[in-house]
Design a protein around this ligand. Structure first.
Ligand code: DGL
Length: 277
């Protein structure tokens, strides 16, 4: 194997998520970092992380990160909001390479939007139950001078995975979640999509907010994270073709079928991986 920094050797960037959702981050990274060797690991056998404890999420995230490091990753993007909220510090401490999570970039984008709108901006964050319980978004928002209201939306991940991205049941569930959140925090001006799956239902979220007469500026942390990662490890000078290697810890067939909706293109091949329990 050539040394990592040899001329003409592409950068290797690893993206990790509990499943398919992190492909929305990879989708944003692809045009930003042409000529990169991307590794993507979806820990589908242990999905969902959003309903698990901090200890379990950290254990899963560390084993996934160790595997990607062993494959030559020079940077790790933790594309999973739940893993970023509950295990980013452990992963950073364990890895000798830059590690980028999704929370800080998402909050920075919300802060930029909020400053444009008002000096005392308030942010609504939709996320999994574990992410909300961790209050990681609230802490990051406070550090950026923003008030945050976090709303757990546990039904959205299964609905998106079912492919119900423009479906009356998902619309009704969103009406309930957003109605409750806006009743509790009517002052919010910005909405952060604090889960990998939510960019897929962004049009439905926008429609629901319009119906509720409460349009909000929507921040997609997938795009903000990709831009943050591209700043940490810019594309190498040499023009090499972009490559993507996909790993999943459960059904390859399901990963290819669902993954293409998240990535916006076909997934050529996926390798099955056993990371243990
Ligand atoms: N990837 C997770 C997140 O962004 C959602 C799916 C899960 O619960 O594992 O929070």
């Amino acid at each position: 194997m050539p040394p990592i920094n040899a001329p003409n050797t592409p950068r290797t960037i690893a993206v990790f998520d509990s499943g398919f959702g992190g492909l929305t981050v990879l989708r944003e990274l692809l045009p930003l970092l042409p000529g990169t060797r991307f590794l993507y690991l979806g820990d589908t056998a242990r999905l969902p992380y959003g309903a698990k404890s901090q200890q379990t999420i950290a254990r899963y995230a560390l084993s996934s990160a160790a595997f990607l490091l062993a494959q030559g990753a020079e940077m790790l993007v933790v594309a999973c909001n739940t893993a970023s909220a509950l295990a980013l510090e452990e992963v950073k401490a364990a890895l000798p390479i830059p590690v980028v999570g999704v929370i800080e970039p998402g909050v920075a984008a919300a802060s930029a939007a909020g400053k444009a709108a008002s000096s005392s901006a308030s942010v609504l964050v939709l996320a999994t139950s574990a992410t909300v319980q961790s209050a990681a978004y609230t802490r990051a928002c406070l550090a950026a001078g923003l008030n945050a209201y976090e709303k757990a939306c546990p039904l959205l991940v299964p609905l998106v995975e079912e492919g119900w991205i423009d479906h009356p049941v998902t619309a009704e569930v969103l009406r309930i979640y957003l109605g409750e959140a806006l009743a509790a925090a009517p002052e919010v001006q910005t909405l952060v999509l604090g889960c990998t799956h939510y960019p897929l239902i962004k049009p439905l979220i926008e429609r629901t907010l319009t119906e509720l007469n409460h349009p909000l500026h929507i921040v997609d942390s997938a795009s903000a994270t990709a831009h943050a990662a591209a700043k940490v490890l810019p594309a190498a000078e040499a023009a090499t073709p972009t490559s993507c290697t996909f790993y999943a810890t459960d059904s390859i067939e399901k990963f290819q079928r669902l993954g293409s909706a998240f990535l916006g293109r076909e997934l050529p091949s996926v390798e099955l991986l056993d990371l243990g329990g």
